[in-house]
Write a protein that binds this ligand. Structure first.
Ligand code: HT7
Ligand code: ZN
Length: 848
């Protein structure tokens, strides 16, 4: 398949003014009638053919200004020769038929449990009708839906309805990827919002009958998001209605279609009995994310798909700010950095590394990645840190003012910041054009009241980019005196060179530096630091992120030592945790995070970065042993906190009670190693909410118990699809390493394993891939199992198969035996006839 290159971008010769679509719905043969007004693009002189994208469409008729055309469609679209096109514009009319019930890709128009729905980002609209399906073509849409279903929805405002039909008018020009249609037997949980300028907006969350009791939190999150975007970014909603629909079969989390967001039902539906605190937090975050896209994505969109980070990085950054404001900034920052390190550093350090703004792709769906999203958000955070909060606000005001209604590039974005701040940001642009996680090594020199910090940075080579240039790195730093007082409050040092020194003079005593506060840049900091110094920062750092980081890096190094040379953990590690556990002034959610040991995957990545070949089994054993020793050492304190953190009264998903449950459940998991699971079983049967029940089940499975509880859980929840996903993933994730493949096979044979449903597939296959020691069992059994399932899914849902193939992306870290086994599976996939473009591209990139 042909790669598409950023450097080949050419503006569209023909633009669209208005689109009228009529859908006559039928599962096997939906007819789509289109009437599209085209005009010449004044920026593109000369005569040009009209290219209309279209895939798997049956064309019944087509005409230009009413004159029928006899066109022969190609496999990817239709070409209308320039000679047939009136110079000053024309009206295109066409009729196609499609079969939504046969569409298993979940792109375009498809069916999920009797309901029609669409997914058009990135290139799904071309499966609906012939159209210039590219984001730089923005048009006003009018949609008529005809079908024998009670609810018929599309973008924009309602424009009339009757028995078996409804019309929708979207006044805002939009690219085709934001088109949406939903039709089904749905019920709404409704509310309203009055904007700052007094406009009343009807809000509806549409779900299948029976689920309407689980929508209150999603609606509340939406209202808070709308208010927040007005207060913090000055952005108002711009239609009379905002609809959200929950769908069971959905490839990703949600989609920001104009005025009609479509969500994976796991990010809408929640009740205390069925959803965990984490689920509630995700719902709040994703509802906000999609809503925020209304301005960052919809009103201002991307010129082409290479600019994806323009909308995604910024919108993730905005949803992170929102969640921090709603909950705790410190806890949110730690969680975001954990996600970044788990998903993005892994990507950046392997064969799938790519720029935040990629330069070429075969299948754009493969670039909805942690690099585009999460690293894209970090880049915005760095920009804000460098220019300051007020200048950031001014730049965003300018961005909205200058580019409203346009399809933009990263160059436009940078220019806004340069114009608003009068800074030269040409070096900063490297964050968009250079892949890989920078490494930053710091050394200290103390001489008679002066501390000199020397930073040396380098970026490892990544595919296609052997040589790298120095990055601009904002390093937030503070200095602490030996008694814990801050002698230098946070300053932001701006690194621009491969090596740079900074001097701090007039210091009475040698201070302890707290470096990269708040994780001020997405880099790997390398620093020779004694256990004592880390214990000191864990006890005293005034920056909560670095306080957590001190404990984290200590735990990581202890585990790395235990896994590689069988050493014993230092007592200071336990003592540090004990004082944290005993500090009642700290937010319980923060303490819970501080107690969380680095994952096996994180230790493997660290060891690899240190030049070791990680042994998944040894890492697993070391982590379990450290967990046990820690539980023994802290048993009394943990027991105390377990009781103290009980949350009385009715369940609330708010940050306060959720943080208490997080700490309580961390204590439970630790204590279960000592009491044989007695407390966990008690909590499991007594729980009135999913957070406590699932944590208890997980604690039991971790100690090799919980068979009875697993069965009880199944019996209680077999009718609830979202809870059953948890049942599948927990077992796959926590299966003992030598039994992981057989547990996964049994689960795959379970009647409830509906592998065509993305959530269920991800629960099992993703759960297994997250079981590091199990997945990497030297037999290679799990590698085979996962490859078999990818091959089975690929013909039906290539996008999902390609995403899940990233289970193999870390193969290069491991020993020769494992490398050979994984490469064998990747080669087997690659050699399969009829493989999708999606999966083929991923496999080829992984094989290098
Ligand atoms: N912008 C949305 C991306 C998305 C998507 C992309 C490809 C295929 C299916 C998809 N579903 C949603 C989601 C977001 O970032 O908000
Ligand atoms: Zn997004």
């Amino acid at each position: 398949p042909q790669a598409i290159h950023l450097s080949d971008y050419a503006p569209p010769p023909w633009l669209v003014e208005t689109v009228h679509l009529t859908f006559r719905l039928d599962p096997q043969s939906t007819r789509v009638l289109s009437r599209i007004r085209f005009r010449r693009n004044p920026a593109v002189p000369g005569d040009h053919d009209l290219w209309l994208d279209g895939e798997k469409l049956t064309l019944t008729r087509a005409a230009i200004d009413g004159q029928p055309l006899d066109l022969v469609p190609e496999s990817t679209g239709l070409r209308v020769p320039a000679a047939l096109l009136p110079a000053d514009g024309f009206e295109w009319t066409a009729e196609v038929s499609i079969a939504p019930a046969e569409n298993t890709t979940l792109m375009g128009l498809y069916m999920s449990k009797g309901m029609y729905c669409t997914q058009c980002e990135a290139e799904g609209f071309r499966k609906i009708t012939y159209y210039p399906d590219r984001p730089d073509v923005m048009a006003r849409f009018h949609v008529r839906i005809e079908g024998d279903l009670p609810v018929l929805l599309s973008n924009g405002n309602p424009a009339g309805s009757g028995d078996g039909w409804a019309e929708w008018e979207d006044p805002w020009p939009k690219p085709s990827y934001l088109f949406a249609l939903v039709a089904g037997d749905l019920v709404a949980h409704s509310g309203s919002f009055t904007t700052a300028s007094g406009r009343d907006v009807a809000l509806n969350i549409w779900v299948r009958p029976g689920d309407e009791t689980k929508c209150a939190y999603a609606l509340d999150s939406l209202i808070r998001s709308m208010r927040w975007d007005e207060e913090v970014y000055g952005r108002e909603y711009d239609l009379d209605v905002f609809n959200i629909v929950a769908v069971d079969d959905f490839n990703m989390g949600a989609m920001e279609n104009k005025g009609l967001n479509i969500f994976n039902s796991r990010y809408v539906l929640a009740s205390p009995e069925t959803a965990t605190d984490q689920d509630y937090e995700n719902i709040e975050r994703i509802i906000a994310h999609e809503y925020f896209h209304n301005w960052t994505g919809n009103r201002i969109t991307c010129r082409d798909w290479f600019q994806l980070c323009l909308k995604e990085g910024l919108t993730v950054y905005r949803d992170q700010q929102f969640s921090g404001d709603m909950r705790s900034h410190a806890v949110k920052r730690i969680e975001d950095v954990l996600t970044l390190r788990t998903r993005q550093f892994r990507e950046d350090g392997g064969p799938l590394a790519h720029n935040v703004r990629p330069e070429s792709y075969v299948e754009i769906n493969n670039f909805y990645t942690a690099t585009v999203y999460e690293k894209g958000a970090e880049v915005i955070g760095m920009l804000r840190r460098l220019v300051g909060a007020d200048a950031y606000d001014a730049a965003l005001r300018l961005y909205f003012e200058r580019h409203d209604g346009q399809a933009c590039t990263i160059e436009d974005w940078i220019a806004v910041f340069e114009d608003a701040t009068h800074r030269d940001l040409s070096q900063f642009k490297r964050w968009y054009t250079q892949a890989g996680t920078p490494r930053l090594r710091v050394s200290e020199d103390w001489d008679d009241g002066t501390l000199t910090l020397t930073f040396r940075q380098w970026v490892p080579p990544t595919p296609g980019q052997p040589l790298k240039e120095a990055m601009p790195i904002p390093v937030a730093l503070g200095l602490l005196a030996p008694d814990g007082t801050e002698v230098q409050p946070t300053v932001v040092l701006e690194l621009t060179d491969p090596e740079q020194s900074f001097r701090f003079e007039g210091l009475a005593e040698r201070p302890v530096p707290s470096i990269l506060r708040g994780f001020s840049a997405p880099v790997i900091l390398e620093r020779d630091q004694s256990v004592e110094e880390r214990a000191f920062l864990l006890a005293h750092d005034t920056d909560p992120f670095n306080r957590w980081e001190a404990g984290r890096s200590l735990a990581r190094d202890v585990l790395a030592d235990m896994a590689t040379n069988g050493s014993e953990p230092p007592q200071l590690f336990f003592d540090g945790l004990r004082s944290l556990l005993g500090d009642r002034t700290l937010d319980p959610a923060f303490v819970a995070l501080a107690l969380r040991l680095p994952s096996e995957e994180a230790i493997a990545e660290h060891l690899h970065g240190q030049g070791h070949t990680p042994d998944p089994a040894a890492i697993h054993t070391a982590r379990r042993r450290l967990s046990l020793l820690r539980a023994q050492d802290l048993a009394a304190d943990l027991g105390c906190r377990y009781h103290e953190m009980m949350v009385p009264g009715p369940y609330s998903p708010d940050a306060g009670p959720a943080g208490r449950r997080a700490l309580r459940n961390a204590a439970l998991a630790a204590l279960s190693q000592l009491d044989g699971g007695a407390r966990a079983a008690e909590q499991f049967y007594g729980a009135d909410n999913m957070t406590e029940q699932l944590a208890a089940l997980s604690a039991l499975l971790e100690i090799g118990a919980g068979e009875t509880e697993l069965a009880a859980f199944h019996d209680r929840w077999k009718g609830d699809r979202l809870v059953m996903d948890k049942w599948f993933s927990l077992q796959a994730m926590l299966a003992p390493p030598d039994r992981a493949a057989s547990v996964a096979r049994t689960l795959a044979g379970h009647p409830a394993f509906d592998w065509k449903n993305p959530n269920r597939f991800r629960a099992l296959i993703g759960g297994l891939a997250a079981n590091a020691a199990g997945f990497h069992d030297p037999s290679g059994d799990c590698y085979r199992f996962v490859a078999d399932w990818l091959l089975r899914l690929d013909p039906l849902n290539p996008q999902m198969a390609a995403r899940m193939s990233t289970a193999f992306e870390t193969w290069g870290r491991y020993d020769g035996g494992r490398q050979t086994l994984i490469r064998q599976e990747l080669s087997r996939i690659e050699a399969t006839e009829g493989l999708s473009r999606d999966l083929r591209e991923m496999v080829m990139r992984m094989l290098g």
